[in-house]
Design a protein around this ligand. Structure first.
Ligand code: KG4
Ligand code: ZN
Length: 333
């Protein structure tokens, strides 16, 4: 039997990115590739699940091949293959899981099913150890909005989540209402910079614990646009973004009060928002907590975060499963 390389191959296909990476036990990224499906889904104004599965089928083996060629690693020497088993779209998860199982079997390498959310929460430690524990982590993506408390890298406790939509989904829906395409986050943020936050959109659950809700805000924007079809788009965007920021920052402030931490970590696609980055910086200056914002390439979906979470699994001694789970919660391995 050949000796393991000390490298894990991470495979991520839970939504609309086919992503593969090779990562060592310290989180050093040897190679990482992402095949984005944004062009396919932009015509629908959101992710079209059937098209996502088909695109993963087309892209997954060429992406694995590119990562292996790039690093000149013999896959039979890998320590493990880690693959997202949930949460996510069932068809997309199945493509990743089936491919990983086939590859692992053919190479004689163990395959580990990984929780996508745990991957996101660990993404800030890719390439270098940035997170000072204990940490409060805000995960804001297209599929999720939640707060977690991490006493150390493997101890994750959910302290707040959304009752309905994620903030990224709200951004994408508002972009669609304004005819701005998909993904909505970057365009809505850009437009907001040229507008005035003059419309009093609601701040759902602002004063209520650590739970989030964004569906009421989304509906308020829709009602407003029906009532005021001529309203300046940039003011609608600025007012929507201001409402999102008030909610996200006030929840982070409350989380830091209730769960003393050395750092506030923000991950997920919405962490790319310059407004969120600026307001989080002010919050951390006020509270004396270190702000940890990983590079954007590790904030959005990627294979490296799945590989890093796989290393956590390998050292956890937990029993592991390859069952796909579209609604997997954060506390599950
Ligand atoms: O983490 P991610 O790539 O995929 C999921 O796991 O969902 O997040 C995608 C989300 C989309 O909703 C997109 O609109 C949002 O991240 N996003 C942004 C920005 N860039 C991407 N939201 C706000 N501001 C941005 N600059
Ligand atoms: Zn994600």
């Amino acid at each position: 039997m050949r000796a393991p390389t000390g490298l894990v191959l991470g495979i991520e296909t839970s939504c609309d990115d086919t992503a593969v990476a090779l990562v060592d036990v310290d989180g050093h990224v040897v190679s990482s590739m992402v095949a984005s499906q944004a062009v396919i889904h932009s015509r629908y104004g959101g992710v079209y699940p059937e098209a996502a599965s088909r695109a993963h089928i087309d892209k997954i083996l060429p992406t694995v091949r590119m990562v292996l060629d790039d690093s000149e690693v013999d896959p039979r020497d890998l320590t493990a293959v880690g693959v997202t088993r949930g949460p996510g779209l069932i068809g997309s998860l199945m493509v990743g899981l089936n491919t990983a199982c086939g590859l692992g079997h053919g190479w004689g390498v163990p395959v580990v099913g990984v929780n996508h959310l745990r991957g996101h929460l660990r993404s800030a430690d890719l390439e270098e150890r940035r997170v000072k524990y204990p940490a409060v982590v805000l995960l804001v993506s297209g599929g999720h909005t939640l707060l977690a408390y991490m006493a150390h890298s493997r101890e994750i406790v959910l302290i707040g989540s959304t009752r309905d939509d994620s903030v990224g989904e709200a951004y994408d829906k508002v972009a669609r209402m304004l005819g701005l395409g998909y993904p909505g986050g970057p365009v809505v943020d850009r437009l907001a910079f040229s507008g005035v936050s003059s419309i009093p959109f609601p701040r759902p659950l602002l004063d209520c614990g650590l739970e989030f809700s964004f569906s009421g805000l989304k509906s308020a924007v829709s009602r407003y646009l029906k009532a005021e079809p001529g309203a300046p788009q940039q003011d609608v965007a600025a007012s929507f973004v201001a409402a999102c920021m008030d909610v996200l920052i006030s929840k982070c402030r409350r989380a830091l009060l209730a769960h003393p931490a050395q750092s506030l970590v923000i991950v997920g696609g919405v962490a790319a928002s310059p407004q969120l980055r600026a307001e989080a910086k002010t919050l951390c200056e006020q509270t004396g907590v270190e702000l940890c914002l990983p590079p954007l390439k590790w904030s959005t979906d990627n294979g490296a975060m799945i590989a890093l979470a796989t290393w956590d699994y390998l050292s956890s001694g937990q029993s592991m499963t390859l069952q796909p789970r579209p609604s997997l919660g954060i506390e599950a391995y």
